[in-house]
Design a protein around this ligand. Structure first.
Ligand code: PPS
Length: 358
């Protein structure tokens, strides 16, 4: 999505107070564009009534009523859901929920004990959840509490105070079904992106991607039993329900896609593999920022601008987006860099490469 917007010179909602642009759980308000966001492209600074945006892809909590006030008309809303048994496990590692377990077992060097630690969490999950309220994440207290149970529906705007209220949950899921134009299912990401491509009249090139931020095989070198997966789904029961409903919706869309779906999927998968090899030459680096190893890729030399955008880290791409949207004084030298990259695109567009592939 970020690449799609960047290549088309679209304006992104970015928190000007944070280098990664994330909003996280900042409450969105009508005056957020004025108070928090970087100004959109081609609008005079201070002309707040014209601060309207094309894309919002940073970490943010969905709030349709407010988003509609600063997103351009006809904005389509897309989200991604993941089976909570995998999403909770990933969050458990990324956000170090083990910090509340007895004995301060915070060392991620003990990666092989992830499943054991999650088992331990389920000995007293409510107590540990409460304890997370007191711990900080990126300097903010309470963030990890929100991440630790039904975080997917929370991110989609249903406050934790309503999670116990069955009717409120049902009504909220109904609302999401009406409002969201596309819900990608992480376990079927390729199928989802093909559906999205058709629904939004995008090209196959638009939906090319290279996965980022994956934990390394070494970091996932443990087994999660079916019983533990089940516990994670029960603990995140609202998210699991949400996931099942939208997974069903995806398969309905696939069934009505037309007879060519599986042929197209085969071609798409082939293209993804070739893109990966062309754009990275398979080389990767492990970022060790948060103690566990995350895989990111080194864009291969001389493969062109689109490959660069596809292969580089999410933070790098977002840096480009941010630099382009920053007031001119602050970004003079970096813009020269961006211009240079634009010229490269002309030299080696991926579309031309693709012709030899298909
Ligand atoms: N293409 C694709 N399909 C399915 N899953 C994918 C894909 N790309 C990244 N990932 C997994 O997403 C997890 C990291 O999430 P994010 O990139 O959203 O993290 S971040 O919050 O933006 O830092 C992280 O999950 P875990 O590896 O389980 O921790 C990634 O592996």
């Amino acid at each position: 999505m970020n690449r799609f917007g960047y290549q088309r010179n679209l304006s992104f909602v970015l928190n000007r107070k944070r280098s990664n642009g994330h909003l996280v759980y900042t409450t969105l308000k009508r005056d957020s564009p004025k108070k928090i966001f970087l100004k959109p492209l081609n609008v005079t600074a201070g002309d707040y009534s014209n601060y309207k945006y094309d894309m919002i892809t940073v970490h943010v909590q969905y709030n349709r009523e407010i988003m509609d006030t600063f997103m351009k008309p006809d904005t389509r809303y897309i989200t991604i859901l993941r089976d909570p048994s995998a999403q909770f496990e990933s969050a458990f590692v990324h956000f170090q929920f083990d910090g509340v377990l007895p004995g301060k077992k915070t060392s991620r060097k003990n990666i092989e004990t992830v499943a054991t630690k999650i088992q331990e969490w389920f000995l007293a999950p409510k107590i540990y959840l409460e304890k997370l309220k007191e711990l900080k994440w990126e300097g903010e207290k309470g963030l990890r509490y929100f991440y630790a149970q039904n975080n997917q529906i929370f991110d989609l705007g249903l406050h934790v105070d309503l999670h116990e209220n069955k009717t409120a949950v049902e009504n909220y899921i109904d609302k999401l079904e009406k409002e969201l134009d596309m819900v990608i299912i992480s376990e079927y990401i390729e199928e989802s992106l093909l559906v999205l491509k058709k629904q939004f009249c995008w090209s196959l090139e638009d939906v090319l991607f290279i996965s980022k931020n994956q934990r390394s095989e070494k970091a996932k070198n443990y087994t999660v039993s079916l019983a533990l997966k089940q516990k994670m789904r029960e603990w995140n029961a609202i998210d699991y329900k949400l996931y099942q409903i939208f997974n069903e919706t995806l398969w309905k869309k696939i069934n009505s896609y037309g007879p060519g779906f599986y042929d197209e999927l085969k071609l798409y998968r082939k293209l993804l593999k070739e893109t990966f090899l062309n754009c990275t030459h398979g080389s990767y680096y492990k970022s060790l920022g948060r103690l566990f190893q995350n895989i990111n890729y080194k864009p291969a030399n001389n493969t062109g601008w689109v490959c660069q955008l596809l292969a580089e880290s999410k933070s790098n791409l977002m840096k480009r987006v941010r630099i382009r949207q920053m007031p001119p004084k602050k970004n003079a030298s970096s813009l020269e860099e961006a211009d240079h990259l634009v010229n490269e695109t002309k030299a080696a567009p991926l579309a031309a490469k693709r012709k030899s592939v298909t």
